[in-house]
Design a protein around this ligand. Structure first.
Ligand code: GAP
Length: 453
């Protein structure tokens, strides 16, 4: 049993803890699961909420010239023509002629002959597969390569005849672009200014996983900064520094496990002039979880062309006229949670601890009455619980088993402090506070608990 545990990868360990303790569940599990979709359980929901709030505080509330948006997920289909997604948001795929499983052509070629074929067209991919006699992972012949668009289509309308095709948004930023004028005018904004949004995005990914790293439904936190074209390079550099600072100083992610990687020309999305990935060293390698992009004037120019609206900006002071450039900060919320679960997972002595920053942990504090069948202890603990909740803390309540077990149970979900109410509390109004990382215990007065957290 012990050996089996040792052989597990970090992702497997995190996955089993996340299921057992209510962070992440396979979606529709009772029906056998649904590929690459996950539901976030009670503790996952708290953690995601904390991350959303921290991001919004840093990138919207702390910035005088950045405002938020909460747009519809389904927009006019022309949005996705203008953005270039209906035309260019596609991967070349091949199909196993026997099993009918589909694969990304570039992945099949790369794993067979180690060649990077990013940016090759269908004919070039077919020729490489033919010349090198490349087969599917199951050893069968492959079909010719075909483009497969990643936009998720939906049919909208009440009758078969009136139904039309729309798309679930492939990235949260497009509504930020088509709402440029409305936000600018209603909020009386002047360039430079930014619009941020947090929300769901959908992509028909061919290759999914591992675990919830790449899924078909996910959440993004995106900031689009509208700047004078001559300032775009400077903002791009500043955004890289800002990103690393927030990830390390506010979220406490290990600095050595983060790196910035500039994308090669052929890797870049159709809208990007330059792009840098923020990568984390997962147990399955260095992978991107955030992108900093200089999108130039692609977005406003295209939405201008497709809608007929003129997005030229006139600077009142200098008289200068230009189409604003966009510098983008885009991070996957779920993928950020994946990073944090891996980064905080520690096995030490006889326990598993999630050493999450207190701002991110599902609960900041747990409150225990020493014994659950002593009404006077439960009533006092309830008072403390309510007092802490009113201070805007997420508070766990646990009255089961012995206190030692309760500490270990809270360690495993990352709760930084546990407060125990015992018989001494009833005499002198003091409680024990136990620290997750040092296991040290101190005795403090009830009205000093908050400052000791
Ligand atoms: N607006 C720019 C944009 O969407 P992206 O690099 O395609 O850029 C940004 O996506 C971030 O969104 C990624 O760094 C990743 O964290 C997250 N993301 C993208 N596709 C994802 C997927 N299929 N599953 C989970 N997260 C994804």
């Amino acid at each position: 049993m012990q050996n089996q545990k040792k052989e597990q990868t970090l992702t497997q360990k995190v996955q089993s803890l996340a299921k057992r303790r209510g962070f992440v569940f396979q979606s529709s599990e009772i029906y056998g699961g649904f590929e690459a979709t996950y539901d976030f359980g009670p503790l996952g929901a708290e953690m995601l909420r904390n991350l959303r709030n921290l991001w919004w505080k840093e990138f919207v509330h702390r910035q005088k010239n950045i405002v938020g948006l909460d747009s519809a997920i389904i927009s006019h289909p022309r949005v996705w023509d203008a953005s270039g997604h209906t035309e260019s948001f596609a991967d070349a795929m091949v199909e196993d002629l026997k099993t009918h499983k589909r694969y990304r052509a570039d992945h099949i070629i790369e794993s067979a002959i180690g060649e990077n074929v990013d940016g090759y067209d269908l004919k070039e991919l077919d020729k490489i597969i033919e010349d090198n006699k490349i087969l599917s992972p199951d050893g069968n012949k492959l079909s010719k390569a075909k483009y497969f668009n990643q936009l998720v289509e939906v049919k909208i309308g009440t009758t078969e005849e009136t139904k039309s095709t729309a798309y679930l948004r492939g990235e949260t930023c497009q509504p930020i672009f088509y709402n440029f004028q409305l936000v600018k005018d209603s909020m009386r904004l002047k360039i430079p200014f930014g619009i941020a949004q947090i929300g769901k995005a959908f992509r028909n990914e061919i290759k999914v996983g591992p675990y919830f790293f790449r899924t078909r439904e996910f959440e993004q936190m995106e900031l689009e900064m509208y700047v004078n074209p001559k300032d775009a390079d400077e903002y791009f550099e500043e955004f890289k520094k800002w990103s690393i600072k927030w990830l390390t100083e506010e979220l406490g992610i290990t600095k050595d496990k983060l790196r910035l990687r500039d994308q090669e020309f052929k890797e870049r999305a159709h809208y990007n002039k330059v792009a840098t990935d923020v990568e984390y060293e997962f147990d399955f390698g260095w992978k991107e979880f955030q992108g900093i992009h200089n999108r130039g004037n692609w977005d406003l120019t295209r939405h201008g062309e497709y809608s007929g609206v003129d997005f030229t900006y006139k600077d009142d002071k200098t008289g200068e006229e230009y189409i604003p450039n966009v510098v983008e900060y885009s991070i996957g919320l779920n993928r950020l949670m994946f990073v944090l679960l891996q980064d905080s997972y520690v096995e030490e002595d006889d326990r598993v601890v999630l050493k999450l920053d207190k701002k991110i942990a599902p609960y900041q504090v747990a409150v225990f009455p020493l014994m659950k069948n002593k009404p006077e202890l439960v009533a006092k603990a309830d008072e403390v619980y309510k007092m802490l909740v009113e201070k805007d803390l997420n508070v766990a309540w646990d009255e089961r088993g012995n206190v030692g077990k309760r500490y270990y149970s809270q360690d495993e979900i990352g709760t930084p402090k546990c407060v125990t109410i015992d018989y001494t509390t009833l005499e002198d109004n003091t409680v024990t506070i136990r620290d997750r990382d040092t296991k040290e215990q101190i005795r403090v007065k009830i009205d000093e608990i908050y400052e000791n957290l």
